[in-house]
Design a protein around this ligand. Structure first.
Ligand code: AMP
Ligand code: ZN
Length: 476
């Protein structure tokens, strides 16, 4: 089957474009990675479900990829612009821990999150702190023509590049209030290339540079690492929609200054919209926030969260709620059960072809990664009695290559996760349910009801005749 051309939305041109790789034998994607001063919240993880969908679709279409996700372990201030503390230094001070240990701990936690969400590892996870020399060399290359020195560092003069901020949407007067003033800056949008440590400032991470001892500005790392691993111009740069306003315009300005040309660095700039939570628990710096572990602790499988993300288009805002998550988990259980039933049927059956389903999957994901449209096509495929079970399962492989829900291997039992607060374990539940079945077989309904009540008191709902074939669920 020849796959259709892929159309992707380019934030820079503000339109859908047909994807034409620079080199079809090696497509380059750079995704801005996490700032590792804390665990990722589930909103951050939506950004990587999106990049994984992008990389899965392109891989399925036959493009070999080099995909980079950097790790920001220095330089990101509490404001995306130039005031506030370095998030990493602030976390180290608050916890009294070694900053390098903090970075390692949260980097590993992030990688585990990706793994749990069935997000394929990128080609490389480069660390910002491993590229300080490259950042200093980059700064030196652009300093004379594009930068100026202030007492607290080297600043980029945004008026020295053409069309600064073309990517951003909030270039009106109101939008500019998002940029915090720094004394001496020539223009409010100018940003730090290097931040010189203040006299007496006690930083755990700092390096010598031509602009004094200090640390790089946050935007610099992505220009340097993308260039190093993907070249001066590569195919796709991704990030959350917040990056469209400050971080990416600044990367583009640096890239233009470095090449002394109009090139932005990437052909396509793609942004996922936010996951929002009405309670406001989607800020890593705001104290309590929802992590993947929070979901697991409440009895949800990480892939239920992945499915919840795929049910929305990556460019739409998605509201998180426990009800939405529960609905996604039920949908996933239903899918897993259907696949198990099909697998049990074995070979043979009608000779209808599954090709039309593959083509419809292709049409959906080729249209700017429309996963919400791909999911009902999968439901139809699995239910189509004109196609032999083995052929349906064969086509499922294509769907799963793109959706990454692990449908070929996941079993219903895997999706039944005990909330941490549950006081009863699976073995006890199984034993009591077996006693209850014996009582019912002996028509001892008194005992059977008593066992049901006892389990209910422990937070276990017995589900006789559940359409998903579930015996019980924990209702805490
Ligand atoms: P950070 O760790 O803050 O540097 O962010 C990591 C990634 O998560 C970036 O691509 C952000 O744009 C993205 N991001 C942050 N908050 C959200 C959210 N609520 N929903 C989706 N993506 C987000
Ligand atoms: Zn970045």
């Amino acid at each position: 089957m020849t796959r259709s051309p892929t159309t992707l939305y380019n934030s820079l041109s503000r339109q859908l474009e047909t994807f034409t790789p620079i080199d079809p034998t090696n497509v380059g994607i750079y995704s801005c990675g996490p700032t590792v001063y804390n665990y990722a919240h589930i909103g951050n993880l939506r950004a990587y479900v999106f990049t994984d969908t992008l990389s899965r679709v392109l891989t399925w279409k036959g493009y070999p990829l080099t995909h980079i996700i950097n790790i920001t372990d220095v330089g990101h201030l509490t404001s995306d612009a130039d005031v506030g503390d370095d998030k990493m230094e602030a976390a180290a001070k608050a916890s009294g821990q070694d900053i390098w240990a903090i970075a390692r701990h949260y980097t590993e936690a992030f990688k585990r999150n990706l793994d749990d969400l069935n997000i394929r590892p990128p080609s490389k996870f480069p660390l910002a702190t491993d590229h300080i020399d490259g950042m200093i060399a980059f700064g030196k290359a652009i300093a004379d023509k594009h930068c100026y020195q202030l007492p607290d560092g080297l600043y980029f003069d945004t008026s020295t590049v053409p069309d600064y901020g073309r990517l951003a949407r909030s270039q009106d007067d109101a939008g500019e209030s998002r940029i915090d003033p720094v004394e001496g800056k020539r223009h409010p949008q100018d940003f730090a290339i290097w931040r010189t440590s203040a006299p007496g400032e006690n930083r755990q991470m700092e390096w010598d540079s031509p602009w004094g001892r200090g640390a790089p500005g946050w935007h610099l790392e992505c220009s340097v690492m993308s260039k190093q691993y993907l070249g001066d111009t590569f195919d796709i740069h991704t990030g959350g929609i917040d990056h469209r306003e400050i971080h990416h315009p600044n990367e583009i300005a640096q890239n233009q200054a470095h090449c002394e040309c109009g090139d932005t660095g990437a052909t396509l700039w793609m942004h996922n919209n936010f996951l929002v939570e009405r309670s406001g628990k989607m800020s890593k710096s705001g104290g309590a926030f929802t992590t993947l572990q929070t979901l697991v602790d409440r009895g949800f499988h990480p892939l239920a969260y992945r499915l919840m993300c795929l049910q929305a288009h990556y460019r739409s805002e998605l509201e998180f709620s426990w009800e939405n998550l529960a609905a996604a988990q039920t949908r996933l259980k239903r899918l897993a059960m259907t696949v198990e039933t099909l697998a049990a049927r074995g070979l043979g059956g009608p000779s209808g072809s599954a090709l039309a389903y593959r083509e419809r999957l292709d049409a959906a994901v080729s249209d700017d990664l429309a996963t919400p449209r791909a999911l009902p096509i999968l439901d139809e495929l699995l239910a189509d009695k004109r196609v032999a079970p083995a052929d349906r399962l064969d086509a499922l492989v294509d769907f799963d290559a793109v959706l990454g829900l692990d449908l070929g291997t996941i079993r219903r039992e895997d999706l039944r996760i005990r909330p941490v607060t549950a006081t009863i374990d699976e073995a006890t539940i199984a034993a009591r349910l077996s006693d209850r079945r014996d009582a019912r077989a002996a028509k001892d309904f008194g005992t059977s009801d008593a066992i049901r009540d006892e389990l209910a008191a422990a937070g276990v709902e017995v589900m006789d005749g559940d359409s998903l074939g579930w015996d019980w669920k924990i209702t805490l």
